[in-house]
Design a protein around this ligand. Sequence first.
Ligand SMILES: O=c1ccn([C@H]2C[C@H](O)[C@@H](COP(=O)(O)OP(=O)(O)OP(=O)(O)O)O2)c(=O)[nH]1
Ligand SMILES: [Mg+2]
Length: 154
Amino acid sequence: MEQVEIETVRVAIKRLDGNVAGQLPTYQSEHAAGMDVYAHLDKPMIVKAGEIELVPTGFAMALPIGWEAQIRPRSGLAVKHGIGVPNGPGTIDADYRGEVKVALINHGKEDFIIENGMRVAQMIVKRVPIVEWLEVDELPTTARGVGGFGHTGH
Ligand SMILES: O=c1ccn([C@H]2C[C@H](O)[C@@H](COP(=O)(O)OP(=O)(O)OP(=O)(O)O)O2)c(=O)[nH]1
Ligand SMILES: [Mg+2]
């Protein structure tokens, strides 16, 4: 694969009580965009059909200021079992020091069992600019203007 500019970022991560044997998020392939995130459970959890559960991961982190993490669904779980992330992508703020948790929703017809160590979602770490509003009376015009929500056709 062609080597272009690669950016790396160091992020402080902490295993929470009981996560000594647990796994921290890991890339599953050499150039994966997302790191898979593991359920950290004492006993299996059930996400009943049509319901939402919050899955603990056993870690907390300190993202650098100006960065965020996104918790996204795994396609395999979505396609095979109807498992999604209801707040997807979930947002982890740079100032959050609590346990990272994964909200899962079961859109399928069958209850879904989560075992300890199951890869329940994936996490992407991204830069996010801090916005300063510049309030104006008139916005710059564009060809699109106010057209949206299917304005350009199908
Ligand atoms: O999938 C997620 C989404 C959020 N969080 C944690 C980290 C995030 O920084 C915090 C707050 O999330 P968010 O801002 O999305 O939720 P809120 O409802 O606005 O809560 P708050 O008022 O605490 O910001 O919850 C997770 O662990 N997993
Ligand atoms: Mg919030």
